[in-house]
Design a protein around this ligand. Sequence first.
Ligand code: FUB
Length: 356
Amino acid sequence: MSCQNKKTGTQEQAYTGGEATKEDSTKTNRNFLNKPLISEIYTADPSAHVFNNRIYIYPSHDIESNIPQNDNGDHFAMRDYHILSLDSIGGKVTDHGVALDMKDVPWAGRQLWAPDAAFTNGKYYLYFPAKDKSDVFRIGVATSSSPTGPFKAEPKPIEGSFSIDPAVFKDSDGNFYMYFGGIWGGQLQRWQNGKYDANGSKTDLGKDNEPALTAKVVRLSKDMLHFAEPVKDVVILDKAGKPLLTKDHDRRFFEASWMHKYKGKYYFSYSTGDTHYIAYATGDNPYGPFTYQGVILNPVLGWTNHQSIVEVKNKWYLFYHDTELSNGQTHLRNVKVTELKHNPDGTIQTITAYQE
Ligand code: FUB
C-alpha cells in the first residue's frame, strides 16, 4: 500500500517510507533544529518524566533486524529497553544500559514498542507493548525500585489490555490514567467488536464518512498493575462538536498518545500516522471529549512521529524523534528535545524540526 506525504508531495509506503523522506530532507538541504540526545544506540518514542529533580527518558531501542519493511511494521523488531537520564535540558545524557529484556518477559513473542513509566507507592512502573505468542499486541507492566531499572516484568500482560503505545498520566487528584492504542500495525482496527479479529484488515479502518477509530483511556488500579474500569474511547471532536471522521487523515488519531495538563486543561496529543503530524486536542477532564486544536510538530525525517510533553523547571519541552543519525532509515531513529510554548490563550505554537 502506498500513500501520499501531503507535506512533501513524495510517494511513500505505509509504516515505511524511509527512502522517500530521506530524499525530501537531502534534496531541500535543510538543517535540523536539534541534535540527537545520544548517538551510540538508536532510540525512539521518548516518554520523558521528571523524577526526583532528574529527567528520565523511556524510549524504544531501535535495532537493525534485517526484517523487510511492511504495513504491519514488522521491521520495528525491538528486543529490549534502555533508559536515558540527564540532570537538565542540554546536560550530559546517560544511557543506563538494558533495563528490561524481552527474554525476561514470559508472555512476550516479539516487538517491544513504545513504553512509558510512572512512579508511585515507592516504586517505578514501566508500561510496554509487545506482541504475545499469538502475535497479538498486549500491554505489560514491570516494576523496579529504581527509575533506571532493572525492571521485573509481571508474568502476564495487563488483563484486558490490547494494542500499543501506553502513556500513563498522573492527574492532580492522584489518579493515574493510561492512554493507548494505534491503528494499522498497532492493531486497533482488529478490536472493533471487543474481541481480537485475527483475520481483520491491516489497514481498513471503516467507512470514510464514519467517526474515526479512537485512542483508548482507562483509570489504573491503586496497585498500578490492573485496569480499574472498562476501557473508554478518547473521542476527538472538530470545532463544530462533530467527531473527526475516518477520512480526515490530517487530524484523526493514529498512534502515540500523550496527556499533559496546563492551567487546568487536559491536552491529548497524538500522531496522525500517515500524514506524519503530532496534533493535539483539549478537554475539561481526563476522559474527554477533546476538541481538536492544531499541530504541535510538523512531519520529521522518517515515517513515524512520536512525542512526550513535560514541564521542567517552569518551561515546557517536546521530546520527539527523527531519523537524522541513520540518514532517513525509518526504523532507526534518534530521540531529541526542543522547547514547547503555550500561547496566552492556551494554544500551542507549532514546531518545525528544521531551521528555516
Ligand atoms: O516504535 C514502534 C512504533 O513506531 C511505536 O509504537 C509507534 O508510536 C511508532 O513510533
